[in-house]
Design a protein around this ligand. Sequence first.
Ligand SMILES: NC(=O)c1ccc[n+]([C@@H]2O[C@H](COP(=O)([O-])OP(=O)(O)OC[C@H]3O[C@@H](n4cnc5c(N)ncnc54)[C@H](OP(=O)(O)O)[C@@H]3O)[C@@H](O)[C@H]2O)c1
Length: 228
Amino acid sequence: MIDSMTPIAVLGAGKVGQALALRLHEAGFHVWFGVRSAPGVRDEGAPKRLMAEPAPEPEELPVPEVPRLGIHDAVRHAGVVFVALPAAAARDVLAEAPLPSGVIVVDCTNPVRWDNGPVLDPPAEGSMAAHLAAALPSARVVKAFNHFGAEIQREPGMAHGPAEAYVAGDDAAAKADVIALANTLGFTGRDAGPLRNAALLEAMAVLWIHLATVGGQGREFAFRQDGR
Ligand SMILES: NC(=O)c1ccc[n+]([C@@H]2O[C@H](COP(=O)([O-])OP(=O)(O)OC[C@H]3O[C@@H](n4cnc5c(N)ncnc54)[C@H](OP(=O)(O)O)[C@@H]3O)[C@@H](O)[C@H]2O)c1
């Protein structure tokens, strides 16, 4: 079970990282960012290149309520690690991080390139989540929170009810925990099946990006399962 005592690290403090970290913080979870650079952040034992970027000015720092640690220090004692990094960087960052055995890794990334619109560009394993799972055998990788924009991650309330958050994973307990977490955060968590279905969720994200950009629909929508 993921509860308010579970240490949660959000890797990346960009659009997705900020949205999810603030949502988690406001819901009472014990959350911090893992970032490669920030004023005053030391990351003992981290490879030098992870600290190579210049630090932002303090006034530019996002979400002041959520503490920032170096990536190594952020993940060292985490029970859950959200991956809100560019797909191209995620595997190397995680492979070098001291993840606790059994940690739940929530992969929010999307492997997308642009060619007059978004194009799915998955790694050889078929999805980013499978790619991360292959590199992190002691972690429990779950795909979630990738198939709508950061605005929805920040505020999941929609016109006809909570945004639906599809969750795919092979570890039943980890997947159930992330579905329950999604519900606690104000989404409707939905079981999307095994981790191989992460490929479908990443394709779903490409459709969302296409509709939001080329399709001209804007970013304030999410997919909803309907029925009768
Ligand atoms: N934007 C969306 O609406 C959205 C929605 C769903 C999923 N996604 C996916 O979520 C992921 C993050 O997207 P985003 O829009 O939040 O991106 P973003 O705003 O560009 O933020 C990316 C974050 O990753 C950090 N980062 C980049 N390279 C790194 C490295 N080598 N080591 C450590 N940290 C690194 C950046 O740190 P610095 O500030 O130091 O560069 C930044 O904090 C992507 O995979 C994206 O496809 C995005």
